[in-house]
Write a protein that binds this ligand. Structure first.
Ligand code: BES
Ligand code: ZN
Length: 874
């Protein structure tokens, strides 16, 4: 398959098996400062289903070809052709051995794809199509090969040489040394990895249920060795959880994770040798926030879970990406829920889906969980593939129930072990094991867009009638939509707040499965009293629910619903409605706050039984989420309205906030337990309201917390409030913070982010100054995301400044970034996808900035994104 060029996408419908397979590959990688030599020996065999005489196609990008041999003899000139991207071999026999020798220059690789150098360490990133930048190979996931890899380098500077599988031989000669690794499991080349560096190692062991001893090794720079304990604990917990929950054991004798500072993504599941962004593996109380600790736990687990859902059973082609990513996200979500709190985790995941994936579905980037075509696969590692994909697996889990779902995954892993398969294969297993028909359900994979679910009800003669109507709005390339199978979990709450029995067995919860455009469901209810519907419990389907709740019903649900998601959703609906009313006139904030206060006080009064949940219930929707619910995005009005409400609630409940703040102050050493994290989260929520209200005590309180905190959660939380509310002491705190953490890159990323997210147009000046800061570095994705990503995604009043300066600044930055790292530039362009929803003047300003950027952008990655977004400009 060729790289997609503008205008000629790669299509799922065109899938063909590869003409040749690689049963075994021997790699020899010789690392030097100025170049790297890669020798590859490929044992190839014609695919049984490929037409006889088909050409043998190998990918190769940016490779200098030094030698090409068939069975050890140079290949005749007329038998091959290389155009810089693809090597075509003509007239190859059924079975043959091909040897290639190439030279590459990893030391110049700033795109961070293939083999590159990060702080003096060689490392690789091959998913999705990076392996072709290392050597010639059929770089597609349906070619599974056994790898044997020899890594050679200077012994003093690169004492650690790693690759996938088990080390089987080593040696040294004249200051250089080498290690050979063998991976017994056939794998696609996107799972290949190699590391060479001067690394410290935290080692531990894990004993599997069947009694095998696994060596666990986490590698990082020496200075970070004290930040690996949490990842190690998380890894062991994940290994045990997968045995308990899915009956899946680890399969090699050694599991390694390497932390690298330059990384495009969060982490990568290479077989036996995960490579992690430092941000997703290092954790220490002093430098890492609670959110950071939880992220490390989730990402370590996610990459570990891929060993089965992705590596042992892999994807046939990249259209099937959600097969491994959606399923693995569902698995890591379930793991985190079990480790912490099921209800809290569900709300966090739903919030993320609704605030990031729903907007993607409504904009120019909308695409199905299994896309039908793409240009650059890198641009399709999206929240739709990941988070919506996870929701599709979750719905199947819900439709089957836990036991039959487990039977389905058992069937899937046993039937397809060692194979490259499709999302259809996965659903087949679920349908078979569940004994249900999932024909209609499959539409969820091919149809883009967020379905809207309208609910209306009535009570007639002791019968409660609930009518559900579904419709999915048009998305680019998909004007007409079909009805989906939508599981709607439901309870009906009686006047006392208890759930009413819904059937003769007294069950109080049921799942309505909507399959038509419109259906009515009937329940007999006591008396003629209208119950309050608790709809879409647990967020049982990824839809936008439209039901005309009264404020009284929402307060009732918030107080009584036993479903955590529904309680939170009720609170969100109350907040959204209040902010919406304030958009045209923020002076009504006191009255709105007064109306909300009793419900908030009630939440606060029982907050200490579950502070984490209370914190979520007390969090107003963010400015971005509020803007996304409006017809036209009005960032300044949204900011004014939301800030006014937050400040009014801060003032009216000041005493309660201070009480919560006191009650939640944790004592003793920092621990990242769910209980302590919950208390800190509520504490900072309270501080946030007090800061918004400009409470007389708050500035000095925050300054002290920022100065004296023994952990990063408190320190950074205090700093952010000081800076965002421009409180006295803010500049000093920023300067002190930088002085204290100057040598900790991950902390400094946050320092950049705090400043980039101060609301208001003035921040543009600050962002420009920070781009010129000596510690800003275009080559470090974490730093670029910290400054520019948080500016564009989390600071609407600055990014969308009426002058259009925010857009011009951002476009200039993306042009610069595109020269260094096209993948990151393209991902960050996604922040501009709200273009069609902007008011006219802003829309024109953004479109002009993006057209200018498009004319200058070099990469196909960035151009694909810009073209899609500009096509929506109208
Ligand atoms: N396989 C991906 C990493 C990846 C994505 C590599 C795209 C190359 C291109 C990995 O399993 C992953 O999904 N990582 C996530 C974190 C995870 C917890 C969702 C990431 O990197 O953000
Ligand atoms: Zn993944």
């Amino acid at each position: 398959m060729r790289d997609g060029q503008p205008g000629t996408p790669i299509r799922l419908a065109d899938y063909q098996v590869p003409a040749y397979l690689v049963d075994e590959v021997l790699l020899d990688v010789d690392l030097f400062d100025e170049h790297t030599r890669v020798n590859a020996t490929l044992h190839m065999r014609r695919h049984p289903q490929a037409p006889a005489g088909a050409d043998c196609l190998l990918n190769g990008v940016g490779l200098t070809l030094d030698a090409l041999m068939l069975e050890g003899e140079p290949l005749a000139q007329d038998a091959w052709q290389y155009d810089g991207e693809q090597l075509v071999l003509r007239g190859m026999p059924e079975v043959f051995t091909l040897t290639t020798r190439v030279t590459i220059e990893p030391q110049l690789n700033t795109a961070l794809e293939g083999l590159y150098v990060s702080r003096g360490m060689f490392c690789t990133q091959c998913e999705a199509e990076g392996f072709r930048r290392i050597t010639f190979f059929p770089d597609r996931p349906d070619v599974l090969s056994r790898f044997s890899t020899t890594v050679r380098a200077d012994k003093a500077r690169f004492p650690v040489l790693l690759s996938n599988g088990n080390p089987v031989a080593r040696g040294e000669e004249g200051g250089r040394h080498w290690v050979t690794w063998e991976d017994p499991f056939p794998k696609p080349c996107y799972l290949f990895a190699l590391v060479a560096g001067d690394l410290a190692c935290l080692e531990d062991r894990y004993r599997t249920g069947s009694g095998r001893e696994i060596t666990l090794q986490l590698f990082a720079e020496e200075r970070d060795l004290d930040k690996l304990d949490h990842a190690m604990a998380s890894l062991k917990a994940a290994m045990a959880w997968d045995e308990r929950t899915y009956g899946l054991e680890y399969d090699l004798d050694i599991y390694m994770i390497v932390a690298v500072s330059h990384f495009n993504m969060g982490a990568m599941e290479n077989k036996g040798l995960n490579i992690f962004n430092t941000a997703c593996v290092l954790a220490h109380p002093k430098t890492t926030t609670d959110a950071g600790f939880q992220r490390v736990e989730a990402v370590v687990a996610h990459e570990y879970f891929h060993n089965w859902s992705g590596n042992r059973v892999t994807c046939r082609d990249w259209f099937q990406l959600s097969l491994k990513e959606g399923f693995t996200v569902f698995r890591d979500q379930s793991f985190s829920a079990d480790m912490n709190s099921v209800a809290v985790k569900r709300v966090e995941d739903v919030d993320m889906l609704r605030t990031v994936q729903f907007p993607e579905d409504q904009g120019p980037m909308a695409h199905p969980v299994r896309p039908a075509e793409y240009h650059k696969i890198d641009n399709f590692y999206t929240v739709t593939i990941y988070e919506k994909g996870a929701e599709l697996v979750r719905m199947q889990h819900g439709l089957l129930g836990p036991e039959r779902f487990r039977a389905g995954t058992d069937l899937y892993f046993s039937r397809f072990d060692g194979q490259a398969v499709t999302t259809d294969d996965f659903v087949d297993c679920m349908a078979e094991a569940g004994g249900i028909d999932l024909t209609q359900f499959r539409r969820w994979y091919s149809q883009a867009g967020t379905p809207r679910l309208e609910a209306s009800d009535s009570v007639v003669e002791g019968e409660y009638r609930l009518t559900l109507r579904q419709s999915t709005p048009a998305t680019p390339g998909q004007p007409d939509k079909l009805p989906l199978m939508i599981p709607v979990k439901l309870a009906l709450l009686g006047t006392d707040g208890a759930a009413l029995p819904l059937d003769d067995d007294g069950r109080t919860e049921t799942v309505l499965v909507l399959t038509e455009a419109e259906q009515t469901f009937r329940f007999s209810v006591p008396g003629n009293q209208a119950p309050v519907p608790s709809l879409l419990r647990g967020f049982s389907a990824p839809v936008a629910l439209d039901y005309d709740f009264s404020p009284a019903q929402l307060r009732f649900l918030l107080a009584h619903d036993s479903d955590g998601y529904c309680r939170w959703d009720a609170a969100q609906r109350l907040y959204h409605a209040a902010v919406k009313r304030l958009l045209s006139d923020p002076s009504g904030a006191d009255a709105e706050a007064a109306a909300l206060a009793p419900a908030l006080e009630q939440v606060l009064s029982r907050a200490m039984t579950d502070p984490a949940e209370a914190a979520l219930l007390l969090t107003l929707p963010g400015e971005v989420a509020i803007g996304d619910r409006l017809e036209v995005l009005e960032p300044d009005q949204v900011h004014a309205a939301r800030s006014a409400l937050q400040a009014a609630l801060g003032r009216q409940l000041a005493q309660r906030w201070w009480q919560a703040e006191q009650a939640c102050t944790t004592t003793g050493p920092y621990r990242p337990t769910a209980a302590d994290i919950g208390r800190r989260s509520l504490r900072h929520r309270a501080l946030g309201y007090l800061a918004a209200a400009a409470d007389t005590q708050i500035a000095s309180h925050l300054a002290a917390l920022c100065r004296d905190a023994d952990n990063m959660t408190d320190q950074l939380g205090a700093l952010r409030l000081l800076v965002h509310y421009r409180l006295p002491g803010a500049s000093q705190a920023l300067a002190d913070f930088a002085a204290q953490w100057h040598d900790e890159a991950l902390v400094m990323d946050q320092w950049f982010a705090v400043q980039a997210t101060v609301p208001g147009e003035q921040t543009l000046t600050q962002v420009r100054a920070l781009l010129a800061h000596t510690d800003f570095d275009w080559r470090v994705p974490n730093r670029v995301r910290g400054l520019l990503g948080s500016f564009a995604n989390a600071n609407p009043t600055a990014f969308h400044a009426a002058s259009g300066d925010g857009y011009r600044l951002y476009a200039e930055a993306l042009a610069r970034l595109d020269e260094v790292n096209p993948q990151i530039a393209a991902r960050m362009a996604g922040a501009c996808a709200r273009l069609p929803r902007l008011p006219a003047a802003r829309r024109e300003a953004l479109a002009a900035a993006l057209r200018d950027l498009l004319s200058r952008s070099r990469s196909a990655n960035l151009r694909e994104m810009l073209e899609r977004i500009l096509a929506s400009a109208g």
